[in-house]
Design a protein around this ligand. Structure first.
Ligand code: GLC
Length: 571
């Protein structure tokens, strides 16, 4: 970074997040620097990806002759100045469009629905309920899920309401310190809950929290993603508010170290990826996502990068930081080399020799070409590619998973070329991946015998339903963020328009079924909060791309050596 200390933006006495990056020597987002410190846009200059997205946005948002673009740019700049002032509120329950456009009528409805989903604990908002649907059996949909709260949190941050996010981060941190047991087995100290609930005692007129770390969850699945989301959200909060004091708290530093010690410990691993049991993430049922599922690997990578920005290099943090740096190198190499699939790579696998011994092996995992599924040959476009679902000995899960690929773009686990290729794939396989309702959680569905073996005959996960090729509106925010980061907002706009034809009318279903996502899901909850929040976040990001900075990281070009980092945060 070429900033002098005098240039560093200050928030009171505390330096903002970018300044922190300057101190630690880490290349943070180029685009977010652009967006955080607004300056006149020079349209002639070589444009970075995010400048490009701003430019494209200007063209499609204002169907004016090109001469109006400059006027738009200055409006965007005014707007960016507004949006980055930490702690500002819209002052409205339902924010109006900052750009002066009338917001879609669904936006107001969505804000009302999101506010209805708020959960309070001792007078303070601490999260949002998973679904407000009384017509179906509640199961655990009356709880605050960590992963479900992420889009809600982003919506509140983008609207200048960070308090609820702070409360959530602190409350879940307290839950982490609970003693966690399943039967007689004690779980790791760093495990974060999948969800929690507020219990009201009307007799004593008191409230207590109850958390689920997997001991009540259907199938007793482990919420591996929760800890990663927690770190990612802490960074989003810090980035969007400029308030570093929360992340600096000793308990937050400890919480991060505990989460990371669960996944950075030495063991028998031969790969840098994280070995997991089935159902440990958004897909929280048996679906063949055990081993090294892409969603977890991408979240792991992103959480490691966020932690690197947030951890103090004091006596306790130093070693963790060193471990993170080493792991990031190995993980990005492994993922970019072995999880990546495009036409060329597919052709190479198709022609693989097997049973190769020694380090010179080309087919390192001994994948048998006969295990390539039929559908992949047609699905793979000439231009495009993606990170496949899983890689382990003699096993490649070729399915497309939306969340993992979007997070790979946002975290820059994907190289810029790979990011573009992923967007190319989405465009060329629009019908399969988006269809009539965005977006497929995975593609394709598994059926018949394979469904029996892989899901254990799960009636909720029949083909093209729920986790098995169902369409989840919540994924809209991830797609939108990935589109903005790659400079292709028009893709997001198309998807959002599709969602707007039905989401509200159908009362915000959790998921849709069918090859094209045409049917409201068989057991889908209505008023599903993350469907609501996901839509709002997508709209807000498209309207103001500077929001992207809180949930995206620019490529760390050299993964800078540790030596360049200072010994502490040095505020
Ligand atoms: C389902 C989903 C899971 C989500 C939960 C609450 O179990 O599979 O990802 O967190 O519902 O909405």
């Amino acid at each position: 970074m070429s900033m002098s200390n005098a240039d560093l933006p200050h928030n009171g006495d505390i330096r903002t997040f970018d300044a922190l990056c300057a101190i630690t020597g880490i290349e943070e987002c180029d685009f977010s620097r652009l967006l955080d410190r607004p300056r006149p846009l020079n349209m002639e200059r070589q444009r970075s990806c995010d400048e490009r997205s701003l430019h494209e946005l200007s063209i499609s948002l204002s169907p004016q002759p090109p001469s109006r673009t400059a006027e738009y740019s200055s409006r965007v700049i005014d707007h960016l100045e507004y949006s980055f002032s930490p702690g500002r509120r819209s002052g409205f329950n339902t924010p109006r469009s900052h750009l002066g456009f009338e917001p879609h009528p669904m936006v107001a409805e969505a804000w009302e629905a999101l506010r209805r989903s708020l959960v309070h604990f001792r007078g303070q908002p601490v999260g949002t309920i998973a679904a407000l649907d009384n017509s179906e059996e509640e199961l655990n949909y009356d709880q605050v899920f960590v992963r479900d709260f992420v889009p809600s949190a982003l919506a509140f941050l983008m609207n200048g309401e960070p308090e609820i996010v702070k409360n959530f981060l602190l409350k879940t941190l307290r839950l982490q310190s609970w003693e966690k047991k399943i039967d007689r087995f004690q779980l790791g100290e760093g495990v974060m809950p999948a969800s929690f609930k507020v219990l009201h005692d009307p007799v004593r007129n008191s409230e207590t929290l109850m958390a689920d770390f997997g001991e009540s969850a259907i199938g007793r699945v482990a919420p591996v993603d929760s800890g990663f989301w927690w770190i990612i959200l802490l960074r989003a909060y810090t980035k969007s508010t400029g308030d570093t004091s929360l992340a600096e708290l000793p308990e937050c530093q400890k919480g991060m170290r505990l989460i990371l010690s669960l996944c950075l410990s030495e063991g028998f691993d031969t790969f840098p990826t994280l070995l997991c049991a089935d159902g440990c993430c958004m897909i929280d049922r048996r679906m063949g996502v055990y081993g090294y599922p892409i969603e977890i690997q991408a979240l792991f990578f992103m959480a490691l990068r966020c932690a690197l920005l947030l951890l103090k290099q004091d006596d306790e943090g130093k070693e963790v930081v060193e471990r993170i740096s080493k792991r990031l190198h190995a993980l990005s190499y492994h993922m970019r080399s072995y999880f990546w699939l495009d036409l060329k790579q597919l052709n190479d696998i198709y022609r693989y020799k097997t049973e190769e011994y020694s380090h010179t092996a080309v087919n390192k995992f001994n994948v048998i070409p006969d295990s390539l599924p039929e559908w992949i040959f047609d699905f793979m476009p000439t231009h495009g590619g993606y990170f496949i679902g899983n890689v382990s000995p003699a096993r490649m899960d070729f399915r497309w998973f939306c969340m993992g690929n979007c997070i790979a773009i946002l975290s820059s686990l994907a190289t810029p070329e790979q990011s573009i290729a992923i967007m190319d794939l989405i465009e060329s396989r629009w019908e399969e991946l988006v269809g009539e309702m965005p977006l497929k959680v995975c593609y394709p569905a598994i059926e018949s015998h394979e469904w029996r073996i892989v899901t254990g005959c799960d009636p909720k996960n029949t083909r093209w339903s729920y986790h098995n090729g169902g369409s989840w509106p919540v994924l809209l925010w991830l797609l939108t963020a990935a589109c903005i980061k790659t400079g292709r907002p028009q893709i997001a706009r198309r998807a959002i328009e599709l969602a707007e034809t039905r989401l509200l009318k159908d009362n915000w279903p959790e998921y849709y079924d069918g090859k094209l996502g045409r049917y409201i899901g068989k057991q889908a909850r209505k008023s599903q909060t993350w469907s609501i929040a996901g839509y709002l976040v997508a709209k807000m990001m498209l309207e103001d791309p500077s929001h992207l900075g809180m949930i995206a990281l620019e490529e760390d070009k050299q993964m800078k050596p540790l030596l360049r980092r200072s010994n502490s945060w040095a505020f």
